[in-house]
Ligand binder design. Sequence first.
Ligand SMILES: Cc1cc2nc3c(=O)[nH]c(=O)nc-3n(C[C@H](O)[C@H](O)[C@H](O)COP(=O)(O)OP(=O)(O)OC[C@H]3O[C@@H](n4cnc5c(N)ncnc54)[C@H](O)[C@@H]3O)c2cc1C
Length: 426
Amino acid sequence: MTSAEQHCPSYYAATCNDDAVYPPLRGDHRADVCVIGAGFTGIATALTLAERGYKVIVLEQNRVSWGASGRNGGQMIGGMSGEATLRKTWGDTHADLLFDLGYRGHDIIAERVKKYAIDCDLKYGYMDVALKQRQLDDQQAWYESLCARGMEDQLRLVPARELPQLLGTDKYLGGLINNRNGHLHPLNLCLGEARAAAALGVAIHEGSKVTGITYGALPVVTAEQGRVTADFVVLAGNAYQHLEQKALSGQVFPAGSYILATEPLSEAEVKEINPLDLAVCDQNEVLDYFRLSADRRMLFGGRCNYSGREPRSIEGSMVPRLRKIYPQLASKRVDYAWGGKIGIVVNRVPLLGRIGGNVFYSMGYSGHGVNMTHACGEIMADAVAGTFERMDVFAGVPHRKIPFGQKFGGQMVALGMLYYRLRDML
Ligand SMILES: Cc1cc2nc3c(=O)[nH]c(=O)nc-3n(C[C@H](O)[C@H](O)[C@H](O)COP(=O)(O)OP(=O)(O)OC[C@H]3O[C@@H](n4cnc5c(N)ncnc54)[C@H](O)[C@@H]3O)c2cc1C
């Protein structure tokens, strides 16, 4: 695996519990489906297809879960990005389908963790926190809409006066606990799913960068040292995807997001700052999110960077944000700090569709992908079987292409980001 990169030096890589290594693709191979990219999207698709009896080959340029899937905040949050646009496009027509899809990934993850005995610290409990009155109003509206969907037992609106006991901070105006959501160790989940897929016969190849696709009745996928001829191809490279520029350029843009992990906290500190072990997200567009790891570290993330430029020091840019919420953690050592790329779509609706009838793609979850990648894996597997009902709900939403997106996309998205930052400040 000469040119392949290893997992980035994150808390997750340091606590990874699966040492499987998959060989690079060499020579000519035949499959029903060739999946390009071995993050959640690629692996979830491959596992669903394998469970349905398809012969699948997965090609990954680096390591399984090397991208966002192995680096993210591990927050499993219901719903999807771009929901408002989807609703506006479809009115009531697909309201039930969209609501079900927003939690379908949770069910798939829970089933797989159980069925394949995947040790990934899956826990339930999550809270949205409001920093402004309009966010409190949004919380009230979500609460009511989720109650109308029968979720009342899993929800609780938390008034500001209770938050210091639940989160050890008085920075928020209110919270909405949702116990259907939760958190997990994303790298261990993805590696566990890959192991399960391999046990079902999926051929996974790391260190196998795809350089091109030749279209036809049987598309041919060319990697650095081998080729796969397949009935179908699934593109699952998300923000790291550079293939199919003509069809997809100007639609998904990489944005950096960053996380730090402190040294483990004491039992007393945990009791003070997060006794219910909740994953927490504020409601800003440029949001902060945090939770505790299984070994009691504070995992604190945020600071989206849309310009494509890495901060000079991730730790230096994240620590002040952490201290603003938790001054009591100011003396904590930071053991890990890392970042990854989120695939952002202009209207935030995940980009699902097909090129030429037998090449499918699913990407651009706009930072909300732990659950949706799993739901979309099922949608891709349905498409392979000729069922497009759920795919077409996404494919039917008009997406704006940023002209000269590949050249100016980063700057355009950075401008959009500035707009959202200003809005967060109001
Ligand atoms: C720092 C950070 C925090 C986040 N936090 C959360 C969170 O808490 N909750 C949440 O829901 N979402 C979160 N997200 C978003 C979530 O991680 C992503 O939406 C999700 O992981 C996307 O999965 P994916 O498989 O589509 O893409 P990725 O995991 O990025 O995988 C794409 C893979 O494709 C491979 N690839 C690309 N091109 C090629 C090629 N030509 N040949 C072979 N392989 C190729 C890449 O190497 C990569 O491994 C976060 C993202 C980041 C970066």
